[in-house]
Ligand binder design. Structure first.
Ligand SMILES: NC(=O)c1ccc[n+]([C@@H]2O[C@H](COP(=O)([O-])OP(=O)(O)OC[C@H]3O[C@@H](n4cnc5c(N)ncnc54)[C@H](OP(=O)(O)O)[C@@H]3O)[C@@H](O)[C@H]2O)c1
Length: 346
């Protein structure tokens, strides 16, 4: 396993990060612990969670993912071997998430409530990377559309950073990160940090995979020039790039079969692009999942690729991709498909 610096923090994170949003829904506590054990044994030193996990988010299951990580921390006594990344939600209607039943916002009160609850579930007294899961601004999130301006009030960015500054000063959070952010959002956070002497976000966690390379359009330059880190999520397009849904297959127990909320991979040129990448991997004698993950890992602006698995076999395959270097011929073929079908699943 190779390591890269997280932003300008001096911390070295593994090129793969263990995603956990299946823990507590598709995976039991014992399975979650086995996944963390295996990942740590293979050199992964960063685990990603969120206060709302597992997915799909529900009042009955919320918090289970962090609790499973927390029981692993308590059982193994290895807190110093892993970096914990978790997230506070942005603007949303999940009134069940907060004690007073308010819609979710990144107010001081809500962020403080969220961080205390995450620390308790994680059974730790500090979070290495505390991320804003999505913005407090009124925005379309997870819908894959181009920017559409929506009117509405928003907490000023320096106020949100000010709350995070208190958490950093109090030792509860080491570094702060963004997620599902736009170029305007990232630059505004950097500006607020400089103008007000507040913590500088070190990373962004955005979707990045063969069928969604929109990060390359504006954000990648910011990340190079500002020395920030992309933590790339959904490297398999939530499973589609493994080829498991080819020809309309619905494998038992898979995310699509269970929850059927992955329409973004089935629109427009999405299915054609996915089939082309799966066929390309097979043409070159590669496992399609390993090719997709190795592609994300190989990008210079990706610091760590967040994998997710529901079985040990998947996890072994996915972690194995960290050792795969894609040949020039494979990369050239990937570029050709990208030209034919640019970002069909944003
Ligand atoms: N910040 C955000 O908004 C955000 C959003 C999404 C994810 N994330 C983070 O990123 C992590 C990974 O995201 P993701 O789960 O969407 O990643 P992904 O790699 O695109 O999809 C992972 C899923 O694909 C299937 N899979 C994995 N390896 C496979 C293999 N070798 N062969 C066949 N199927 C395989 C599994 O689902 P099935 O077994 O069910 O098919 C697995 O859960 C999450 O756990 C979370 O930490 C963050």
């Amino acid at each position: 396993m190779d390591y890269r610096e997280l932003g300008r923090t001096g911390l070295k994170v593994s090129r793969l990060c263990l995603g956990t949003m299946t823990f507590g829904e598709q995976n039991t506590e014992a399975e979650g612990h086995a996944q963390i054990d295996y990942a740590v044994d293979r050199g992964i030193n960063i685990i990603d969670a969120a206060e709302i996990y597992p997915v799909p988010p529900k009042a009955e299951t919320q918090g289970r993912t962090e609790a499973i990580i927390g029981s692993w921390i308590a059982a193994r006594n290895m807190r110093d071997k892993v970096m914990l990344a978790t997230k506070v939600v942005g603007r949303g209607k999940m009134a069940w998430l907060r004690k007073d039943g308010s819609p979710t916002r990144q107010s001081a009160k809500q962020i403080m409530e969220a961080v205390e609850a995450s620390l308790k579930r994680l059974k730790t007294d500090y979070i290495d990377l505390y991320q804003l899961h999505w913005p407090d601004r009124p925005m379309r999130i997870f819908e894959g559309h181009d920017y559409l301006h929506l009117e509405g009030d928003t907490h000023p960015i320096h106020e949100i950073l000010g709350v995070l500054a208190k958490l950093v000063a109090g030792g509860k959070v080491r570094f702060v990160g963004l997620s599902n952010e736009t170029p305007w959002g990232v630059m505004s956070f950097l500006k607020a940090s400089e103008q007000h002497g507040l913590p500088r976000p070190v990373s962004i966690q955005n979707a990045y995979n063969l069928v969604n390379r929109s990060f390359e359009t504006g954000l990648s330059e910011i990340f190079h020039r500002e020395q920030m880190s992309l933590l790339a999520y959904s490297p398999l397009g939530q499973g589609y790039l493994s080829g498991k849904y080819e020809g309309g297959a619905l494998p038992q127990g898979s995310r699509k079969t269970l929850f059927n909320r992955l329409g973004r991979y089935e629109k427009g040129n999405g299915p054609r692009a996915i089939s082309s990448y799966v066929a390309l991997a097979r043409k070159h004698g590669l496992d399609p999942s390993q090719m997709a993950i190795a592609f994300a890992v190989s990008r210079p602006f990706v610091t760590s690729t967040i994998i997710g698995a529901t079985s040990m076999n998947q996890l072994k395959t996915d972690i194995g991709a960290a050792e795969l270097t894609l040949a020039d011929a494979v990369l050239e073929d990937i570029e050709q498909i990208h030209l034919d079908y640019p970002n069909p699943c944003p």
